[in-house]
Structure formats: C-alpha cells, structure tokens
Design a protein around this ligand. Sequence first.
Ligand code: OOB
Length: 550
Amino acid sequence: MIPEMTTSVQTAPTQIWPPEFAARYRERGYWAGISFGDLLRQLAAEHGERIAVVDGERRWSYAELLTRAQAAAQGYLSLGLAPGDRVVVQIPNVADFFPAVFGLFLAGLVPVYALPAHRQTELTHFVRRSGARALVIMDRHEGFDYRPLAKDVQAEVPELEHLIVIGDAGADVGFDGWRRADGVELPDVDPSSVAFLQISGGSTGLSKLIPRTHDDYIYSFRASAEVSGITPDTVYLTALPVAHNFPMSSPGVFGVLSAGGQVVMCPNPRPETAFALIEKERVTITGVVPPMALRWMQAAPRTKHDLSSLRVLQVGGAKFIPEAAARVRPTLGCTLQQVFGMAEGLVNYTRLDDPDETIVNTQGRPLSPDDEVLVLDDDGNPVPDGEAGHLLTRGPYTIRAYHNEPAANARSFTDDGFYRTGDIVKRLPGGYLSVQGRAGDHINRAGEKVSAEDIEDHLLAHPQVHDAAVVSIPDPYLGERSCAFVIAAEGEAPGAADLKRFVRGRGVAVFKVPDQIVFVEGFATTAVGKVSRNVLRAELRARFLKEGNA
Ligand code: OOB
C-alpha cells in the first residue's frame, strides 16, 4: 500500500465559488443564508410535536430532536472541541444519528461521514486527512462492535482525542451522559461555511473528502424534496446507510425533515425488514440501489406485508437497467424515480409525472435550472445530443474543489470550474441523461464505488504477489463485480481464498475484497515501454469477457 503522506497539521476545509457565481446563486434564492442549526430551530418551531424520526419503539418529535441536538452541541463544546474542528461520524441507521450530527452543526463542528462498512484503513484515512479531533460511533449494530475498531484507529492516530459512544461507552464519552453543560453558548454559524465533509466514490486510491456548505447542501435537499413531492404527510424509509449522500439529501432524510415529514430508520435493507416497516409505519417513499430493487421486486409477490402505502421507489447509485425499471410499477405498485447523483453535487431525477418511457429509460435531468451540463468528446469538444461523451458540470450545489487535494483538484476540475464527473452519458431531448458507463477505473459494486488502484495496492502488499490489476466485470445482480488478475511471485503461489482473507485482514470495508481472483502468468503488453494501467485493465477485461467467464 502507498503510505499515507499527509502531514498531521490540517487546514480547515473551505469551499469557495467565484463571487459572481455566489452572487447569482443568492439572488436566485438558491442559497437561503441559513445554517443547519437555524434550519432545525425553524423546523422545531413550525412542527413542534409532530414526529420527526422513528426508530423501532422510539418516536422523536421535532421539538425533542432540537432539545437532544442542543444537549449534544453543548456536550461536544464542553469536551474542549472548538467551532471549525472536524469530527468523524460512523453511525448506522439509528435515530441517534440526528442529534449527533445536528449537535455538531449547532456547535459549528464539521462532521466527516464514514459508512458503517468502513474499517480501520478507511477510518484512519478520514481522521488524518480531515485532522479530526473526535470520532462518534454507535457501540454495536447488526452484530458488529464498533468500539474496538475505534480504539484501533485512536491507537494509530493519537491526535484523535475523543471517542464518543452512543450506547455503552465504557471509559469513553457516553453520548447521552454529557456532564451538565447548560451554560455553554452555541456559536453563530456562517451559512456559507463548510457544514460537513462527505466521502467521494474515488477512482484513484483512497476516498477524497468533499466539503459541502450549509447554503449549497440545504438548497440541494430542499429542491430535491420538491421534485420528489415531499410534504408533511411523507413517511420516508431510510433503507440505505444514512450517511450516504443519496439517502441523506436526494431528498433523503434531510429533505424529508425540511418539509416536516417523518423519517423511519431501517436497520438493514433486507426485504423482510423493510417490508415490515413499510406496512407498520405506512411508508410513502424510499430510496434503494439497483440490487436492492431487484431483491425487493423478487420478494414482493410472496410477501405477507401490505405495501400499498408506498407511492415512490427511488433507485440510484448505479445504473438500473430498463428491463428491471419497467417492472417496478407492476410488482411494487408505485412510481419509479431514477436518481443519478454524486456526493460532489449534481443530482438528476426523473420527474414523478414524466411519461413511463422517460422514467424507465433515462437517469433523469438535473435538479436545478442553474446546473450547467457539458457532454464532451475526448478532446474536450461538445458532442451532439444523443451521442456519448464525458459529463462535466458546475452549479449552485456542485463543489469547486476537494479538501486538501491539489493534484486531484487539478485533474478533476477545469480552469473555469467544471467538475469532471468521470461518467460517460448521452444527453437526450429535454436535457435528460442516460448513463453509459465510467471513463475511469472504478468498480460500481451495487452502488459502492471501489477504486481499482486501492484494491491493487492491498494485493501488492502480499509477499507472494508480483503484480495485480483489478477490473470491473458486469454482474447480473451487483451491476459490476471486481475481478483481480494476479501474477504470483516466484515460489509457491497463494490461493484465491488466502488473498481475499489477506485483503480483508488489512482492515478494509468488505465491499473492497475482490469478488474473483484469476491467476495469470503475465500481462500482455501491446505497447512498447510503460503500459498504462487503464490500457492494461481494459485489455484484461476484454479478454475475460471474450473467454466467456462472465
Ligand atoms: C451516488 O453518489 P456517489 O458519490 O456514491 O457516486 C457517484 C457516481 C456517479 O458519478 C455515477 O458514476 C454513479 O455513482 N451513479 C450512477 C447513478 N447514480 C450514481 N450511475 C448510473 N445510474 C445512476 N442512477 O451514488 C448518489 C448520490 C446522490 C444521489 C444518488 C446517488
């Protein structure tokens, strides 16, 4: 693995649009000039005793959410954390997520969102790269104890001063057991400042951190709530991990709360768990990735649960093929909304009243009238509508830079501020987009983005691996799966199972372990000299598919 090269001193994250753009986004009312903390105060004033969040038997009103978030905010500050400090948050789908992150917002602290599947390698990277001083976790969830993991991270990065634990905290700070901190004053938070750091899917190496501001993010989920028909009667099921950008903001939990609706936490995405909650809470909308949609559609005809309250199923994160998309209404009895978005910003939606043909065959059109979209050929020239090209974008909620990544920023953004998404799309009439694939080398495994380079680095750390190239292979269920081509070092070759165990043992998220390992004698090199990894991966992938192994 490539050693972590960041220094321990990290600058505070910023996200800055050129003044003329910022002025336009404010003038047009996109950036409303309120912070997350202000938003929660407004919602508590407006919706007071209405239920905001449901988690099993726990039902918290908007007023209660504010009270709990304020206690958390004061608790964080009483530990000595100061506004602007970063705090990594690894919380599964439980109600406590909301007081934990709104508490951070109210205190002017900056959450860094890790997913429950992340392990030591990823968490350590997030802590280092953000310069985080604290980590908030849940004690255990779905059979996994997060406390020893957090301890290991702290042992590796001693600058991580505080572990804050929801549930049984042992000697660490208990989330509900703050020492009384009523006197602690909460700061004024600038709505144009960075509210949190989101995690990028990442084509190269480890994830980059994405600074999103209060202004830009609040705009994106409020506008999304409109596009998805969210009202105070909406009941949203959080079936995907809440820290992911899709269930968080498209319109997700924040969009639904911003409209006074109700959010129901689903501990895992299994059809039996989700269907029982849909019936019990009369869920009206939820969002899933394509493999989950397939599983749900398979299970729906046999379920004993009443799914008739469900009006909208959103599907996004990876390509949903038209054949499957066409089956949503017949099997689940609801409208499909395709969502094509990215944590960096731009989100596209099919509209609820679009004709079926558009809903089934496209990945939607941009959320905002001020989303600028370019579709370019390899030389940077626009391609005609209907032809495939590279998607670039800029707009009122798309970032202009990653956090502390000068090299990636130079690659990922044009001089005039367009983000190179790495996606290959066709633009269709009406500005609808159809996603064709990726230009870069990552595997979109059921919506989880895995960088080929990241897995290769882990494989290369094995003493019996001479070289490795990881490619994506089409998979009927996952959409794509990872296949590692491995050249063994001289001597005894490791087995495929050994290698998978080895990668898992390096403390990485399970979705990064290669699905398949193929041992090869060597890599064909068609070009003279240094072969680009991209060319090599493309060759291996083509050979694999031709030989009928898929
Ligand atoms: C969402 O966000 P990320 O940051 O995990 O991944 C973004 C990438 C996109 O660049 C694209 O390659 C792929 O995921 N993607 C899709 C897709 N939605 C995302 N590819 C094909 N069809 C789709 N519908 O995945 C995300 C963020 C917000 C909302 C929805 C998804």
